[in-house]
Design a protein around this ligand. Structure first.
Ligand SMILES: [Zn+2]
Length: 342
């Protein structure tokens, strides 16, 4: 009998000792190789729909386990702090927090990017790119045994994608302000924060808000090392779930700001220090245990905590009127190659 998923063991340990204020439910169970792999949804804080919210997601691509691990370390820290930190308790009176640390436990079990049906969940939404996407990488419908498979045309989304859709609809997108952070690891030498769109190079309508958030982060933590940019600057793709959820929330009208962000931890950062990891699929997407792993976890905890506080205090920094126009101008210049002509 193979040992169970270490991340699931860690999550169960957390749940065993969690305070009553943490609500946990199993949104779906993936049955695979005779094991049951639950998708847990955890909530903390005030459920009042008039308040802001933040959602943290990990393990969408089963191979990129570091995303789930960062979230579990962050969550453990929060639960421990709840016991002694009055400021965190105050924060949770003003904020809703939701966690889905292992969106694709079947993929984690099998060490694959895709889910057990061979579907890449980040290509699974019923949304086509408006411009040319990179061949294969941008999503394909040829075969589930090849990477970046979108799933059969016209069929409902995969169960894992539906769990995300439901959590976004119930906990995030209907609020006046909400943030989402989906934690991945990818090739590249830098840690990146992506915001939509992935299906078009057109500017993201909420870019002034993202630009204001970026400014806030830079003012608060001037030494950070993230590249913050629209995903379309890297590549376009079909079926992006976050574009899909974002567009759906906008379609419902009303004055809302929902900012779905993706953290792409640059895996060259650890591979270049240990080139033998190039020869292992696990190693490519996940740092070796030890102090390198600890450093990576630590670095991102700051960003995760910052986002919760930014969501909590959104009314104090979200730009309006002239200030919003100014952020829009700067965002257009920084991200969309726009130049001022006056
Ligand atoms: Zn990924």
């Amino acid at each position: 009998m193979r040992q169970h998923l270490p991340e699931l063991i860690e999550l169960n340990r957390l749940l065993d000792t969690a305070p009553a204020s943490l609500c946990a439910r199993v949104a779906h169970t993936v049955e695979l190789d005779g094991v049951a792999l639950p998708i847990h949804v955890l909530t903390l804080g005030n459920p009042d729909p008039g308040l802001p919210a933040i959602g943290y997601f990990g393990g969408v691509h089963g191979l990129e386990r570091i995303g789930a691990r960062v979230l579990l370390v962050f969550l453990r820290g929060l639960l421990n702090r709840l016991k002694w930190d009055p400021l965190l308790n105050r924060q949770l009176e003003m904020l809703r927090m939701v966690f889905v640390p292992m969106v694709n436990p079947g993929g984690m079990w099998r060490n694959t990017r895709c889910n057990p049906n061979g579907v890449d969940l980040m290509r699974n939404a019923p949304l086509d790119a408006l411009e040319r996407v990179p061949f294969f990488l941008g999503g394909q419908r040829y075969s589930a045994s090849l990477p970046w498979y979108r799933g059969p045309a016209g069929e409902p989304m995969q169960a894992e994608s539906e769990v995300l859709a439901e959590v976004v609809a119930q906990e995030l997108a209907h609020r006046r302000f909400s943030l989402a952070l989906d934690c991945h690891s990818g090739f590249g030498a830098r840690d990146r924060i992506w915001f939509p769109y992935a299906h078009t190079t057109k500017p993201f309508p909420n870019m002034p808000e993202v630009h204001a958030l970026k400014t806030l982060f830079e003012e608060t933590y001037p030494t950070h090392n993230y590249v913050i940019e629209p995903q379309s600057r890297q590549y376009l793709a079909h079926g992006d779930l976050w574009d899909h959820f974002y567009l759906r929330s906008r379609g419902e009208g009303g004055e809302r700001v929902f900012l779905p962000l993706t953290l792409e931890m640059g895996s060259w950062l650890w591979v270049k220090k240990n080139p033998t990891q190039l020869f292992s699929r696990q190693g490519l997407f996940n740092p070796r245990p030890g102090h390198r792993l600890h450093r990576i976890l630590r670095r991102h905890l700051l960003w995760l905590d910052f986002l919760a506080r930014a969501a909590c205090g959104w009314e104090n920094w979200l730009p309006h009127g002239r200030s919003r126009l100014q952020h829009k101008k700067l965002a257009m210049m920084e991200w969309y190659g726009w130049h001022m002509h006056s």
